[in-house]
Design a protein around this ligand. Structure first.
Ligand SMILES: Nc1ncnc2c1ncn2[C@@H]1O[C@H](COP(=O)(O)OP(=O)(O)O)[C@@H](O)[C@H]1O
Ligand SMILES: [Mg+2]
Length: 268
């Protein structure tokens, strides 16, 4: 779920950071003890807390929390609001207690950060799914979806050489969505034997896929080339990295890419 889903579930008021509500939440932690948060949280963790002081912002900064929910109707002070805005940290406030807020989020599928919770999640399902919304032309956040997928694959224990290929292929596709399509979606489903990645956008589409697949062919504008992209190697690289590559594109309605990666390591 993303922060906006959390907002709706907890009927929460946004105190700061409305622009980040699209952010994905992978796990949640309920605590007033910041040392526990420092010790046990993972990336993209949402913190629910009754503590409304600057240490919450500091802890969020150190551990890369994706957002903070203040429970029992607590509100952040001016100093917290200012610092949170600077740190791009969204803060919301809910009338629910810590127990209630965590219970609502848990019953809607959000899980904790303990090793036990991770093992449970893996054994409960035959596959693990991931979804990211990718914003167009946002080069500050470019690569977040691929990095998130890489972390997830590492957690699951996919061999390192396979993760490397998945990360490279997904990153190239994510960059294309950002550069050429004005944004889109990255979805992945990780099965025991293979990972399937879907990258879709509702952008301008590709008029001649055969031409676009040629190494060195690019329509990337100058400002993109100055950032080190636009060498026209992305699509051929996606094909090289994946075991199965499919691209469908319609001018005026968008592009869909599907890549399959078998978990057969060459390092073994
Ligand atoms: N998602 C997309 N939407 C529209 N056009 C795309 C998309 N992906 C690739 N293209 C087109 O295909 C060309 C080649 O893509 P790629 O091989 O990744 O090279 P590059 O991104 O460096 O230009 C791009 O320059 C662009 O014209
Ligand atoms: Mg590219």
């Amino acid at each position: 779920m993303n922060l906006n889903d959390v907002r709706k579930l907890l009927d929460a008021k946004i105190c700061v950071g409305e622009e980040y509500l699209g952010r994905q939440v992978e796990t949640c932690c309920g605590s007033d003890l910041m040392s526990d948060v420092l010790a046990f949280t993972k990336c993209k963790t949402l913190l629910c807390t009754g503590l409304a002081n600057m240490q919450v912002i500091r802890t969020a900064d150190m551990t890369d929390l994706c957002g903070v929910i203040l429970v029992r109707g607590k509100l952040p002070g001016e100093d917290m609001l200012k610092e949170a805005a600077q740190n791009k940290l969204p803060i919301m406030s809910t009338e629910y207690t810590l127990f209630e807020a965590c219970g609502i989020l848990y019953s809607n599928g959000l899980r904790g950060c303990s090793r036990k919770a991770e093992e449970q999640a893996m054994s409960d399902s035959k596959s693990v799914k991931m979804h990211y919304d990718v914003a167009g032309d946002d080069f500050d956040r470019a690569g977040e979806a691929s990095a998130g997928l890489k972390r997830l694959l590492q957690k699951i224990g996919v061999p390192a050489d396979i993760i490397r290929r998945i990360a490279i292929g997904t990153y190239e596709a994510e960059m294309n969505v950002i550069i050429h399509a004005g944004g889109g979606q990255v979805d992945a489903e990780i099965f025991p034997e293979e990972t399937v990645v879907y990258i879709s956008d509702q952008g301008p589409g590709i008029p001649d896929i055969k031409l676009a697949m040629q190494e060195g062919w690019s329509t990337a504008p100058d400002h993109v080339r100055q950032m080190g992209f636009g060498a026209g190697m992305g699509l051929p690289n996606m094909m090289k990295c994946s075991d199965d590559f499919d691209i469908q594109s319609t001018v005026g309605s968008g592009t869909n890419i599907k890549m399959k990666f078998k978990h057969i390591s060459e390092d073994l």
